[in-house]
Design a protein around this ligand. Structure first.
Ligand SMILES: [Zn+2]
Length: 398
């Protein structure tokens, strides 16, 4: 199957998903209007296109992972899944496919009519429990260090606090940073004299682009790729100047987690491989979701991660936003991730925001450090190991 045909299949699939209100509506065709071609009545519903599957999603089988395939097709049609006749029950079909390589294409086909659906899934073969920690909206600590001219980076309470957690728990942190703060400070004023210290700590502390500044909100939601890349390159240039290439990293998250598809594609060309977001419904609409649409956002809200093969980017749900949850709420938010079965999560993205640590900030949270440490303690106590999700396959061997 050529790339262009696969893309065509996915385009049809998206048209279909937009038109189908539920699985039961799977036999309804999109009306053929204008240039829209009719879509296949065969629909693979499970696994989800782009699913990242590990040992919790199937059973071991001859060195591979056997996973269930389920979908719908008109009852009268015979369905073959990757060459094997599927079991039929009404308009449903069921089969099993064994994953034996990193990416597997699953094809459900009606031999009689030639109609088909295709999905691709990723096998996280070497999966083990792991977590990453992203700090968003950073600029205050850089301004503080630049102004105070500390002897060491870690004379700044913020970086000392991160280092203490790293020493105690091994946590890896990425600080996603702004170019400018509201009072006019910019990264160009940050000195390069801490270069050696950045480098010495680059195995656990990375700096990455987040946005030009805190305001306006949603800076890239409707912005062309050139605007996003312009800001990205401006921040990247400064990180490389004052901290060096070992500390510079691709971002784990854009401010407000919204961007246009062309901008996401441009980010992928800059080497971005993983982006996190909330993937939550707000006022009946999925939001803080890179505009991935309802179907994929709903999936991410339950299954936490999804590969977009067109972009080459994995999207991951922030498992907890530490500033939003009191110490007492942390277990209630995270405990469901260890539920046995297909809901069990082996990749947990922890997130918080820098500003809530600073006493001068209007919404300062005096117990913010305790909130963050409670989340780190939870993942540590549950056997999750620190990782950078941008490395390998979400921090694991690929
Ligand atoms: Zn942000």
């Amino acid at each position: 199957m050529t790339h262009s045909l696969i893309s065509q299949g996915q385009t049809n699939r998206r048209k279909f998903l937009r038109s189908a209100a539920s699985g039961a509506a799977a036999v309804i065709l999109t009306p053929a209007s204008g240039k829209d071609a009719p879509v296949s009545p065969v629909l693979i519903e499970e696994p989800f296109n782009g699913a990242i599957l590990d040992r919790h999603h199937g059973r071991p089988c001859g060195g591979g992972l056997a996973v269930r395939v389920a979908g719908s097709a008109p009852e009268s049609l015979r369905v073959v899944v990757n060459g094997t006749p599927a079991r039929r029950k009404g308009n449903r079909f069921f089969s099993e496919v064994t994953l034996s390589q990193k990416v597997t294409e699953i094809v459900a086909r009606c031999p009689g009519s030639g109609e088909e659906d295709r999905v691709r899934v990723v096998w996280d073969r070497f999966s083990s429990p792991r977590y990453d920690f992203a700090l968003d909206d950073n600029i205050f600590f850089l301004r503080d260090i630049a102004r105070q001219r500390y002897a060491s980076l870690f004379d700044c309470f913020y970086l000392k606090m991160l280092r203490d957690w790293h020493r105690k728990y091994g946590t890896c942190f990425t600080a996603n940073i702004y170019f400018a703060s509201e009072d006019g400070f910019t990264l160009t004023a940050f000195p390069d004299r801490y270069m050696k210290e950045w480098k010495e700590n680059a195995d656990w502390l990375k700096l990455a682009f987040h946005a030009y500044a805190d305001r306006p909100d949603r800076p890239y939601q409707d912005a062309p790729a050139a605007k996003l890349l312009g800001d990205y390159d401006r921040v990247a240039e400064q990180i490389l100047r004052f901290a060096g290439p070992d500390t510079f990293a691709t971002p784990t998250n854009l401010h407000w987690s919204m961007a246009r598809p062309d901008a996401l594609k441009a980010l992928a060309q800059r080497g971005v491989r993983v982006l996190s977001g909330y993937f939550r419904p707000y006022n009946g609409r999925w939001d803080i979701n890179y505009d991935l649409g309802a179907k994929r956002s709903e999936y991410l809200s339950r299954q936490d991660r999804l590969m977009d093969f067109d972009l080459g980017i994995i999207f991951i749900r922030d498992a907890i936003v530490c500033n939003e949850n009191s110490v007492g709420q942390v277990a209630a938010v995270l405990d469901p991730l260890t539920r046995s079965g297909t809901d069990q999560k082996e990749t947990i993205n922890l997130l918080t925001h820098e500003q809530y640590f600073w006493p001068f900030y209007s919404r300062h949270l005096p117990d913010h450090p305790q909130r963050v440490e409670a989340a780190i303690r939870w993942v540590t106590d549950h056997g999750y190991k620190p990782a950078f999700f941008r490395d390998g396959l979400l921090g694991g061997a690929a």
